[in-house]
Design a protein around this ligand. Structure first.
Ligand SMILES: [Fe+2]
Length: 414
């Protein structure tokens, strides 16, 4: 690889590492230690784990002089990679009062230094280039997780502290056009990654399918959700999948996550009145499916969403906009955008494409072992970095998950 191609990756690495620190700069050390529930990780763990990733996948493999930074860190910051040996269980991450945040920040500095030395070398193999990009994209995924997790951590505190000051809504809300998209005639489309740029293994190989005519709706709003609740949405079993009905009854779920009651909700700026015009967020796949049945529509397939994203590439509300919450589709800046804002649930199971080959090298466990019982989500959210996402990107969550920044669009067949 030539020098010109190396310069951007050094810059991208350094920008990505700085962005992670920027996300926690307004927080205090105490904020970074708490694990509110098993699926949430303490913020200081994210800082250590993303660093561990570069140490183990790159430095220990490609820098002959590199020695393990700290054996204990190798154990506590490994998330789930059996290839690197035993690791601390996720539910025990909240016990990590030690190492101190300052020690983790020192670890980050040391690994950054070693990575920069490696990145400045002139000759580069294809494999290492891919792994560096994987490490950067991995850290970007954790940037979104940091915002998801701090929201849950602050919401779980009875004092309901805020991550940021109140968001002043100065947006012009006057778009007259509908943020929906129609495929008028049956079409042959290519699904999957469509360029030579970095992508995850789960976006390949690409393939052709036929898509039948449909309309993809605007986001379902909080106002729509209030109507659903008033009309017995959570009490009429006829709307619900069996697993979903059991799930909401067992867990006493009667409204979206982070709604304090039917008037107020919690977001990254604290407690606010629920805005009926904003898209509804933090709902499970089960709730999305129940709403689709109530509305006599259906949840789109991942292919239908992907074709809409490929035909509409205008940037949406991403992390770079620093809005830190979903916006209304009537917002003039984003009225013709279909990406960002909130991930959209698809009805597609997270399965491998025909001919799928997991990443070789030690990163084999990155995606492949999670292809069971999850659904694909598309498009990104306000917490997703813009250069992390593309139309073929496949995010995935269990149908009962709802702490991610996800919303609903529905489909009507034509
Ligand atoms: Fe990770």
């Amino acid at each position: 690889m030539d020098d010109l191609k190396l310069i951007p990756i050094i810059n991208k690495f350094s920008a990505c590492r700085s962005k992670t620190l920027e996300l926690i700069k307004s927080l205090h050390e105490e904020d970074t230690v708490v694990q509110s529930v098993n699926f949430v990780s303490p913020l200081k763990w994210h800082l250590g784990h993303t660093t561990w990733f570069f140490e183990n996948f790159i430095l220990l493999q490609y820098d002959k002089n590199f020695q393990v930074y700290n054996e204990g860190f190798s154990y506590i910051f490994n998330s789930y990679y059996n290839v690197f040996g035993d690791f601390n269980k996720q539910e025990n991450r909240g016990l990590l009062n030690r190492p101190l945040l300052s020690e983790i920040l020192e670890y980050r500095k040391f690994i950054d230094l070693k990575m920069m030395e490696l990145l400045e070398k002139k000759s580069f193999e294809k494999d290492i280039n891919f792994l560096i990009n994987l490490g950067i994209n991995h850290e970007q995924q954790h940037q979104e997780l940091i915002l998801m997790d701090i929201k849950h951590i602050f919401f779980s505190n009875p004092l309901k502290p805020a991550y940021l000051k109140k968001i002043e809504d100065n947006f012009i809300i006057d778009s007259k056009s509908k943020n929906e998209w129609t495929l008028k005639t049956k079409k042959n489309v290519v699904i999957g990654a469509d360029s030579d740029d970095f992508c995850f293994d789960n976006e390949l190989p690409s393939f052709e399918i036929i898509i039948h005519p449909f309309i993809l709706s605007e986001y379902i709003t909080n106002g729509d959700w209030m109507n659903f609740m008033e009309e017995g949405g959570y009490t009429n079993y006829e709307y619900w999948l069996s697993d979903g009905w059991d799930f909401i009854n067992k867990n006493k779920i009667q409204r979206p996550m982070y709604w304090i009651d039917n008037n107020y909700c919690f977001d990254l700026s604290g407690i606010n009145k629920i805005d009926k015009n904003l898209p509804v967020s933090h709902i499970t796949y089960y709730e999305a499916n129940a709403f689709a049945n109530y509305a006599k529509k259906r949840i789109p397939s991942e292919y239908e969403i992907e074709i809409v994203l490929k035909k509409n590439r205008k940037d949406g509300n991403f992390l770079e906009n620093q809005i830190f919450r979903e916006v209304s589709y009537k917002n003039e800046c984003f009225s013709s955008s279909f990406s960002g804002n909130l991930w959209i649930w698809s009805s597609s199971n997270y399965n491998p494409y025909k001919g799928y080959k997991p990443i070789k090298m030690k990163a084999n466990e990155y995606n492949s072992k999670f292809m069971c019982n999850q659904f694909v989500l598309k498009g990104g959210s306000f917490a997703t970095p813009k250069d992390h996402i593309r139309p073929s990107y496949r995010n995935f969550y269990y149908p009962s998950d709802r702490w991610q920044f996800s919303g609903i669009r529905l489909v009507e067949d034509l």
